[in-house]
Write a protein that binds this ligand. Structure first.
Ligand code: AMP
Length: 300
């Protein structure tokens, strides 16, 4: 079993979808990732929250066996995000992004975090992502996610961080915006030109594409009857993907294909509830059964 260290946002999210709304609930890229990955493997979390961050959220993370030694609590307000979705649930409209305590954050990896084999740079300022990566002593697999906010505000730093990464994750509109092309194939090639050997492009309800220099792999999204909130689907995908690879220890391309399916399974559960609600009651049996169902719907 490989150890995972993740850096990313730990947030208070306010979300409105056509199916309801919630105010100031536990969210953030690192939180969604860690919770999904914790169904497979232990996770070390690096991030920062303010003194307003409810204690019960930390208890929840610890109850999932997520190591929170690297989660700093500093004077000030926790990062907060407000977003809404229309019936096209693939597009998040960001209404407010308050970086708050993340603005002066200087991540320091606790001793038992630095030697993790897998480093996940979840969506956050690319300069912070790089700072964490520079402290990693034995990374075997470095994976990074991002979003339009950082493409718009810190593109040069983003490309600099991409140069140090093995696998880049982004969604289709971000890939198009970053590479200024409609073609996802061209975008993937351009990103690979900066450094990563694999690019995974998430297309929401239309599934996911994985590109390497020589192969392509496509998986659909799991067809769901009820969706409540797509927030965190991308991070939950990453959690299932890397959680499976960490548990299994084999990072080959063949195994990455299975990991893409585990990622899709975790993303499909995540959108069935607001925030992290669905994960609070999810069982291993449900994960295994949906993975089998996935094999059925994709086999021919
Ligand atoms: P996703 O998996 O892309 O839906 O990620 C959703 C999470 O990203 C939410 O829980 C937000 O708190 C977080 N988020 C939104 N904007 C940013 C940002 N600019 N940087 C880091 N995290 C963000």
């Amino acid at each position: 079993m490989s150890k995972i260290t993740v850096v990313g946002s730990v947030a208070l999210d306010s979300i409105e979808t056509p199916f309801g709304k919630v105010e100031s609930v536990l969210g953030g890229s690192a939180t969604h990732f860690s919770t999904a990955a914790s169904f497979f493997t232990p996770v070390n979390l690096v991030g920062v929250v303010g003194t307003d961050f409810p204690k019960e959220h930390i208890s929840f993370l610890r109850s999932r066996k997520i190591d929170t030694k690297g989660l700093e609590i500093t004077e000030g307000l926790t990062f907060s995000w407000r977003g809404h979705y229309d019936y096209d649930l693939n597009t998040a409209h960001s209404l407010e992004t308050n970086l708050n305590v993340f603005q002066d954050f200087n991540p320091k990896l606790p001793e038992n975090y630095a030697d993790a084999e897998i480093i996940f740079l979840a969506n956050i300022d690319p300069q912070l992502q790089l700072q964490v990566l520079e402290q990693a002593t034995e990374p075997k697999l470095v994976v990074m996610d991002t979003m339009n906010f950082w493409i718009e505000h810190k593109k040069e730093h983003l490309i600099r961080t991409l140069q140090e990464v093995d696998i880049a994750l982004m969604n289709d509109s971000e890939a198009r915006e970053l590479c200024k092309t409609h073609s996802l194939l061209d975008a993937a090639r351009m990103v690979m030109g900066w450094g990563p050997t694999t690019v995974i492009i998430k297309k929401g309800e239309h599934g996911v594409l994985m590109f390497t220099e020589t192969t392509h792999f496509a998986a659909p999204a799991f067809p769901l009857e009820e969706i409540k909130d797509p927030t965190g689907a991308g991070d939950s995908f990453a959690g299932g993907f890397l959680g499976f690879l960490a548990k299994n220890g084999d990072f080959s391309e063949q195994n990455q294909r299975k990991a893409v399916v585990y990622g899709s399974v975790m993303a499909s559960f995540s959108v069935e509830g607001f925030g992290l609600n669905r994960f609070r009651e999810l069982t291993q049996k449900e994960i295994d059964s949906r993975y089998c169902h996935f094999e059925e719907i994709t086999g021919f």
